[in-house]
Design a protein around this ligand. Structure first.
Ligand code: A3P
Length: 306
């Protein structure tokens, strides 16, 4: 552990909740067990110029984006009928730095990963290793309406933890949820995408739902695997979207029954309803008003809206 990291750790504040605890580290709240992994990632990771990093707050559409990026990048290597996506969970195909690769704090052997290397992370932009920021590698960030994120996270957390929706909501209002505050996380990537549009592509889950074809084309261009006119005429975009659709992935044997390589969670927990705006069925008008006000205050003037 570097001296700087030691100092940062000693400055961390702890929120002691009997149900869910997060520590403040470099301005964001993290599960305590993840902090050493983040430090190891910061210390050891060396980016390659052609790496592609998928970044997100949990429950914002990471699994969907992983399956899309994997498919776009590998579309000449595998046909859509024999793609590894049919037999592997997207999280196994695109490993996460802090949960998977630096799980034991020692740098994982990354040389066996085929190029371009695909990675993912939930950590904020400011905490990324310098080599990611300074190299030419690309970052694709996916953001989602915060209310749908809360509902999705609650469904995900409540399986192993007896947390109520209200507790989850309050955690977001305080900004103390894992990888929170929500507003700082989205804003950091949003600002970077405006300042360095060739470095960071900012995608909204809602836009992917509304106009997936143009998002896919833009995404493919950004990561350096553009879709040709000929491919487009052959319907490749529709094929990719069908393969990576919630319905298709959810019903694959691997995602119905398996667990991914790194997690104790069942693959099926990553696929639920995938709806936009379903939060209205969970929150009272006053709860919506209260958190909307916080979000408006925090994102106000940035040009970012949900
Ligand atoms: P819901 O819980 O609202 O259904 P993440 O992948 O970041 O953990 O986000 C999970 C959310 O994305 C869940 O939302 C899940 O259902 C949805 N999701 C997973 N795969 C998807 C896909 N292929 N298309 C659209 N949404 C998907």
């Amino acid at each position: 552990m570097s001296p700087m990291a030691d100092e940062e750790l000693s400055q961390s504040q702890t929120q002691n909740s009997p149900k869910f605890s997060t520590d403040l580290f470099q301005g964001f709240w993290h599960r305590p067990s993840l902090i050493p992994n983040i430090i190891a990632f910061q210390k050891h990771f060396q980016a390659h110029d052609n790496d592609i990093v998928i970044a997100s707050k949990p429950k914002s559409g990471t699994t969907w984006l992983k399956s899309l990026v994997f498919t776009i990048v590998n579309r000449t290597r595998y046909s859509l009928s024999n793609t590894p996506l049919n037999t592997s969970n997207p999280h196994d195909l695109v490993p996460c730095f802090e949960y998977d690769l630096y799980k034991n704090q020692v740098p994982n052997n990354l040389t066996s990963i085929s190029t371009p290397r695909l990675f993912s992370t939930h950590i904020p932009y400011s905490s990324l290793p310098e080599s990611i920021k300074l190299s030419d590698c690309r970052i694709v960030y996916i953001a989602r309406n915060p209310f749908d994120v809360i509902v999705s996270l609650w469904h995900f957390l409540k399986l192993p933890k007896p947390i109520t929706l209200e507790e989850c909501y309050e955690m977001f209002c305080r900004g103390e949820e894992p990888f929170g505050p929500y507003w700082d996380h989205v804003l950091e990537y949003w600002k970077e995408s405006l300042e360095r549009p060739n470095k960071v592509l900012f995608i909204k889950y809602e836009d992917m739902k509304e106009d997936p074809n143009s998002i896919i084309k833009n995404l493919a261009d950004f990561i350096g695997f553009p879709i040709s006119m000929e491919e487009e005429e052959m319907g490749i975009i529709e094929d990719i979207l069908e393969l990576c659709s919630l319905e298709n992935l959810k019903n694959l044997k691997v995602n119905k029954e398996g667990k991914n390589r790194y997690s104790t969670r069942e693959n099926k927990t990553y696929f639920r309803k995938g709806e936009v705006g379903d939060y209205v069925n969970y929150f009272s008008p006053s709860s919506i008003q209260r958190f909307s006000k916080i979000i408006e205050e925090k994102l106000g003037g940035s040009g970012l809206t949900f």
